[in-house]
Design a protein around this ligand. Sequence first.
Ligand code: DLL
Length: 430
Amino acid sequence: MIWDPKHESMDREELRSLQLDRLKKTVTLLYQRVPYYQKAMDEAGVRPEDIHSLGDVSRLPFTDKTALRDNYPYGLFAVPKKEINRLHASSGTTGKPTVVGYTKQDLETWAELVARVATMAGVTDEDVVQITFGYGLFTGAFGLHYGLEKVGATIVPASVGNTGRQIMLMQDFGATALVGTPSYALHLADTARAMEIDPADLGIRRGLFGAEAWTENMRAEMERTWNMKATDNYGLSEVMGPGVSGECTHAAGLHINEDHFLVEIINPVTGEPLGPGQEGELVITTLTKEAIPILRYRTRDITVINEDKCACGRTTARMRKVCGRTDDMLIISGVNVFPSQIETVLMNIAGLSPHYQILVSKKGYLDVLEVQVELTDEMFTGSFRDLEALEVMLRQKIFSVLSLNCRVRLLEPRSLARSEGKIKRVIDSR
Ligand code: DLL
């Protein structure tokens, strides 16, 4: 079934003309209402009336996370605050998050686009869907929630954690679909087995997974373990959250909601546009967002676009599963983590040296974050109680920035291995 056949299986020429019309409106709106974009466009020597074709998008300036950080929290909003209905946020590169807002219409559009993604994945109003994303500033839970509500599914807003209880809820409420990160789904399966329940017997027939990269091997494992059809869906808070793209049950690339997002692939080093079939960085321009439209957002995600019609009947372009990034952002238990965020915390605590290492590993299917940091000479000779207090404080500070529990190991001064004077900052052994 196709949720919105008119827009999901549009003639591509017609789609392009709709995109151009919406692009012009977005560019004009941003030029008029957001000083940041007016300045950036003036500097790039382009004005809204210069946009005559979709190709002209490459004349517009790129936007990245720095722009959001420099204009924190509301500087890029294109409507008065009164019209903002909801705020969400994701990780910034340092202490402050990246804030995004939604008008009433944006929330309506968002639910509509997630409804498309959920329908593609095979969810209907007959399903009981357990959402295991954390409800909060993260866009995952609320995004899927309202989209699934639109589809008419019965939602179990279980949120993340308390894994044993999740299994009980699945059993008792008769869940038929599971929403969350792929790694959490694998952990749920392990927990079920520990409770002597075979996950395949739980009746989950659909799995909608996203927010982090996962491989085809993981898909095969998940489908076998749960006896379900597992599909991928992608999005990012800066352009909306989930609902940007999703797989249909043919699982041959993620259908992009192109009537709302104009995508480009660029060479991440030179910024030059690349064509369909060429691998590069995904860049997204929103076409209908009201609260915080965004021009040419550099996602840092690497993919390839395929414009061929899919066997499901949709004509929207598909993006290959995202498996890599052009920057150092890590995704740990579905939470985006920039090493610089952790560094900022460490730098602001007396007694800690700037020599640290971030270790990410797997315990079962769960991600484990450990921060190792060398003490200063003064602190190293301090009392055991002081060291303990320091460890607790560090854990708490990191939690307050990342909402992620981590292990902390305080080390002797000069104990981290240095190769050519440099410490390898991140060791990701997952
Ligand atoms: O993760 C939105 C989302 C929530 C998508 C739930 C799907 C389901 P952010 O927290 O802003 O938003 O993180 C966005 O996560 O740039 C990718 O690097 C990564 N990401 C999201 N979905 C996928 C996916 C949400 N399906 C960043 N595969 C993005 C690989 C993904 N990476």
